[in-house]
Design a protein around this ligand. Structure first.
Ligand code: 3EB
Length: 341
């Protein structure tokens, strides 16, 4: 089985071109602000952030499988399965969750979303969570006396612990990004084989961040190597200008851009040490770059382009990063086939 990530740019008038194929598409994402595009029939995460540098375009990213799919819905999760691999999306309206002494609505919604995901993975007997894409509104805003990203982190970590998964070491690759007016939206990929978690020697593992960043640490690894049959996929988590646990180059978008890519390179080097396929190179990755201020986009693209190679696939989105002093975040993915040996 082979999983391939296909990225195509659509103009708003291209309604008919949104892939309505269900046989081959495991799932994916629509990046941008579509108006009147056709609705994909596969599990889709809507990332309603402006796509930078592409007019009013929408980018469709879909994972194509060369194997029959099984699809379903479970507790609000729309999912699809190819062999022993599953992709799902859940959107929750946090206003449906009550405030309690124990929990804010966002914390409760985050916890509930992850509990539903873990229940589905247990039912499908595909327990290993590989990669998670988290989006929420107003990520650095504060309510109920706590920053919203920190509320999310409590709900997420509680779910990992409640399902006896542990919240350090063997945790999925992830991103957590702020979008205006987004529901809590979580997409995930999971399988029957554990991922190989990858950390960054230049950074404190996020699950060991000190309490200054919130009462609970974020539950993610810096990257994950995962193994569909005959294939190795490298998922690099959202990567920012953080060294140790501290933000570096505050206010300097070019400095942050170089530092974030140095971190990506360090994670790639670590993945190459741990992986089973030929080494990954920066110019073969597909990148998603979140830029806080749209006006920084030209400088970010000019800085990144020579470092990742002009031909590297890169989608730039305007979105909020989870620390107020972070101006951008870079995530990436690549895939290698494995020999029969
Ligand atoms: C960082 O390194 C930047 O909470 O799932 C990056 C990737 C970040 C994932 C998450 C947060 C997350 O801490 C923020």
């Amino acid at each position: 089985m082979t999983l391939r990530l296909i990225s195509q740019t659509l103009q708003p008038t291209d309604a008919a071109r949104v892939s309505r194929e269900t046989r081959a598409v495991l799932g994916g994402a629509l990046l941008g602000q579509p108006s009147g595009l056709a609705v994909p029939l596969w599990p889709v995460q809507r990332i309603a952030a402006p796509v930078l540098g592409a007019g009013a375009a929408v980018v469709e990213e879909s994972w194509q499988a060369d194997q029959t799919l099984l699809s379903g819905q479970s507790e609000g999760i729309v999912w699809s399965r190819a062999g022993n691999l599953l992709y799902g999306v859940i959107d929750l309206d946090e206003s449906l969750f009550a405030v309690s002494l124990a929990s804010t609505p966002l914390q409760a919604a985050s916890n509930e979303a992850y509990r539903r995901i873990f229940r589905l993975l247990e039912a499908q007997q595909l327990p290993h969570l590989w990669r998670v894409w988290n989006y929420l509104a107003d990520i650095t805003g504060e309510s109920h006396g706590l920053e919203r990203y920190r509320q999310f982190n409590i709900g997420r970590q509680d779910a990992f612990l409640e399902f006896c998964r542990g919240a350090t070491g063997n945790v999925p690759a992830a991103c957590a990004i702020g979008l205006a007016e987004s529901p809590l939206s979580i997409a995930f990929m999971a399988g029957d084989q554990p991922a190989v978690p990858v950390e960054n020697p230049r950074q404190v593992s996020a699950y060991h961040y000190p309490a200054a960043y919130g009462p609970r640490s974020p539950t993610f690894s810096r990257a994950a190597l995962v193994y569909p049959p005959g294939q190795e996929i490298l998922f690099i988590s959202g990567t920012a200008s953080i060294v140790g646990h501290q933000t570096v180059h505050p206010g300097d978008v070019v400095g942050q851009c170089r530092e974030a890519l140095t971190n990506v390179a360090a994670v790639v080097a670590e993945a190459n040490r741990l992986g089973r396929s030929l080494p990954y190179a920066l110019n073969e990755l597909s990148y998603r770059v979140y830029v806080r201020h749209a006006g920084d986009f030209p400088a970010v693209r000019e800085t990144l382009s020579p470092l990742i190679g002009a031909k590297a696939e890169a989608v730039y989105l305007q979105a909020d990063i989870c620390r107020a002093d972070l101006l951008l975040e870079i995530e990436a993915v690549a895939s290698h086939t494995l020999g029969n040996s």
